[in-house]
Design a protein. Structure first.
Length: 346
C-alpha cells in the first residue's frame, strides 16, 4: 500500500548479507533485524563456514545478537570448496541450511579458500540438485588476463552457461549482478535461475567511486559499472519479473580498513537498506513494484512463505549517521552524513 508520503510493505527479506562475527557482528545484526524478517548469511568468515555443524553454531551466535522484541531468522549457507563432500548436503538440508555459496578462489573478501575449478564440485552439485538446495554464485572470473570490469560477463560464458547445461534443475542465484549482460542472461535463463541486486548498484555507477577524490566507501566487488549497466539493473529490478529480488550484499568493514592504501571491498548499507531501495524504485516511478522485489520474489524462489507483518517507510528528510560502532572500531555506512529521502518508521 502506498500514498504520496508513505509506503507500507510486507516485511521484506535480505537474500545476501554479511554480518561478520564476534563483538563486531553484535553491533550490525540489529540494523538488519529492524527491517528484515530473514536474511541469507554469507559464510566467508575466516576460517569459512564449511560444515553444517559450523553453520548451526554461527546461527546461534547471530540469534544471540538480535535485540529483544525483534523477530529475525538467519538463513544459513555453507562455503563451497573443491573438497566439500556430497555427503554434507543431506546433513545440511536436514538442519535447515538453505544454500551453498560458490566463491571463485580470490574473487572477493575471504575467498582464498574458494573453488578453483567448478568441475571439482560436480558430485556435490548433483546432490544439491536432488535435495533442492540453492547454489548462490559470486559471478566473476578471477583470471588476471580478464579486465576487472569484464569479469562478470566472462563468467556467464565460461561458468554459468556450462553449469546450467550440466545441472538444468539446480536452483542458482546469480548474486549481486552488476551488468546488462547478467540482467539479460537471468531474464532469459529459465525458472531455475534468479538474481539478487544491491541498492548501491541500482543507485550508482562507477563515477561514484571517483567523484571529489577516491571514495573507498563506494568500492565493492563486483565493482560498480558504467551507467548503461546501472540502468539495465534498475529496469530488471522494477520490471515485475519474479526472478530478481533484494540482496543488499551489505558488507561491514572497520573504517580504518576502508580508508586504507589497500581498501577493503564492500559497501555497508544495512543501516538504511530499505530507504535506499525505495529511493531507487521511486527514481524509476515503480514504488508499486518494490514489495514484490523485496518481500515476495525471494521467498517464492526459496520455497518459503512470505513474512507476516509489515514495515512502513515515510517520505521524510533525515541525515544518516556519519559513523556507527563496529565492535571496538567504527563503521561508515554508505551515504553516511548525507540526507535521505525516505525513513523507516519504527
Amino acid at each position: 500500500m502506498s500514498t504520496q508520503d508513505t509506503l507500507t510493505l510486507l516485511r521484506p527479506d535480505d537474500w545476501h548479507l554479511h554480518v561478520r562475527d564476534g563483538a563486531a557482528m553484535a553491533t550490525v545484526v540489529p540494523h538488519t533485524a529492524r527491517q528484515f524478517g530473514r536474511a541469507i548469511i554469507m559464510p566467508n568468515l575466516r576460517p569459512p563456514v564449511t560444515t553444517t555443524e559450523q553453520a548451526l553454531a554461527y546461527r546461534d551466535r547471530i540469534l544471540a545478537s538480535v535485540p529483544a522484541g525483534l523477530s529475525f531468522t538467519p538463513l544459513m549457507t555453507l562455503y563451497l570448496t573443491d573438497n566439500t563432500p556430497a555427503s554434507e548436503i543431506e546433513r545440511a538440508q536436514a538442519a535447515g541450511v538453505v544454500a551453498l555459496k560458490l566463491y571463485p578462489a580470490g574473487a572477493t573478501t575471504n575467498s582464498d579458500a574458494g573453488v578453483t575449478d567448478i568441475r571439482k564440485t560436480y558430485a556435490t552439485l548433483e546432490a544439491m540438485q536432488r535435495a533442492g538446495l540453492v547454489l548462490c554464485v559470486h559471478g566473476e572470473v578471477t583470471d588476471s588476463t580478464v579486465d576487472l570490469f569484464d569479469r562478470e560477463a566472462v563468467f556467464i560464458d565460461r561458468v554459468m552457461q556450462p553449469l546450467r547445461q550440466d545441472f538444468p534443475e539446480l536452483k542458482v542465484v546469480f548474486e549481486h549482478i552488476t551488468t546488462k549482460e547478467a540482467a539479460d542472461y537471468v531474464a532469459s535463463a529459465g525458472m531455475f535461475t534468479a538474481a539478487t541486486i544491491t541498492a548501491h548498484h541500482l543507485l550508482y555507477n562507477r563515477n561514484a567511486i571517483f567523484q571529489g577524490g577516491l571514495r573507498p566507501h563506494y568500492y565493492c566487488l563486483p565493482v560498480l559499472k558504467r551507467e548503461i549497466h546501472r540502468q539495465a539493473l534498475l529496469a530488471a529490478a522494477t520490471s515485475g519479473s519474479d526472478r530478481f529480488f533484494l540482496g543488499t550484499d551489505s558488507a561491514p568493514h572497520p573504517a580504518h580498513l576502508k580508508e586504507h592504501a589497500a581498501a577493503c571491498a564492500g559497501c555497508y548499507t544495512a543501516l538504511s537498506a530499505m530507504e535506499l531501495y525505495a529511493e531507487a524504485f521511486e527514481s524509476a516511478g515503480a514504488l508499486d513494484r518494490l514489495e514484490a522485489f523485496a518481500s515476495r520474489n525471494g521467498p517464492a524462489f526459496y520455497n518459503l512463505p512470505v513474512n507476516e507483518g509489515t514495515i512502513t517507510l515515510k517520505r521524510e528528510a533525515w541525515t544518516l549517521p556519519e559513523s556507527v560502532a563496529f565492535g571496538d572500531a567504527s563503521l561508515k555506512p554508505l551515504r553516511g552524513g548525507e540526507v535521505m529521502n525516505w525513513r523507516l518508521v519504527d
